[in-house]
Design a protein. Structure first.
Length: 210
């Protein structure tokens, strides 16, 4: 019986990483430096602006400074909760979450090599800067006392986040005061969602964007 004119040929299986994805080896030193730089600059910007605002003798409700009259201004506010005033009175719970993030983020980036993704490295640097800025306040490291804000609590150290950015559409629609650390946390969260949904690189691998 004659052989088929089109014999079947066994082809070797395709091996290797997916297209445009490279295996992760040793991380370059630049990834550590970028992460540390973004986190440090973010935290410093947050703490310096808080210090400048809260050193001012006024800027309370009714004496705020309007950058855009009736829309955007500077106003002191103390937040004993989480982002945008949620969870009031649970400052130590949110401080514990902050410590967990301080440990978890570097482990994910540098032990599990997620920092091989440049965008993710920068994004989590922003998140870390926000975490550190607000944790500084929750631990009362600013040394402030409630006396100036609530005389009934005079002598009690403030364990609260210092917020100062005021945004409102009108007196009936006022966004909760926030700070640069909050902005970094929100921006980082949005970028994390965008990266995870738009690229979907396997864990431990990253797009070839170095």
């Amino acid at each position: 019986m004659p052989e088929s004119a089109n014999p079947t040929v066994d082809r070797p299986p395709v091996t290797g990483p997916p297209l445009n994805v490279q295996p992760v080896g040793r991380l370059p030193v630049s990834r550590y430096l970028v992460f540390l730089s973004v986190a440090t600059l973010g935290c410093a910007a947050d703490l310096l602006t808080k210090q400048a605002v809260f050193d001012h003798p006024q800027l309370f409700r009714g004496s705020e400074w309007w950058l855009w009259q009736g829309r955007l201004g500077i106003q002191k506010s103390l937040n004993e909760g989480a982002l945008f005033g949620m969870g009031q009175g649970k400052v130590w719970l949110f401080a514990a979450f902050s410590f967990a993030a301080m440990i978890g983020i570097p482990i994910w980036l540098f032990l599990f090599k997620a920092a091989s993704h440049r965008g993710l490295n920068i994004t989590l640097g922003c998140v870390m800067g926000g975490v550190l800025g607000n944790l500084y306040d929750r631990l009362g490291m600013h040394g402030m006392d409630w006396g100036q804000y609530q005389p009934s609590r005079a002598g009690e150290r403030i364990y609260a986040v210092r917020d100062w950015i005021l945004v409102q559409w009108n007196p009936d629609w006022v966004w909760p005061n926030f700070n640069i650390a909050d902005a970094l946390l929100v921006a980082g969260s949005i970028l994390l969602v965008w990266i995870s949904t738009s690229e979907g690189a396997p864990f431990g691998q990253a797009p070839n964007n170095s």
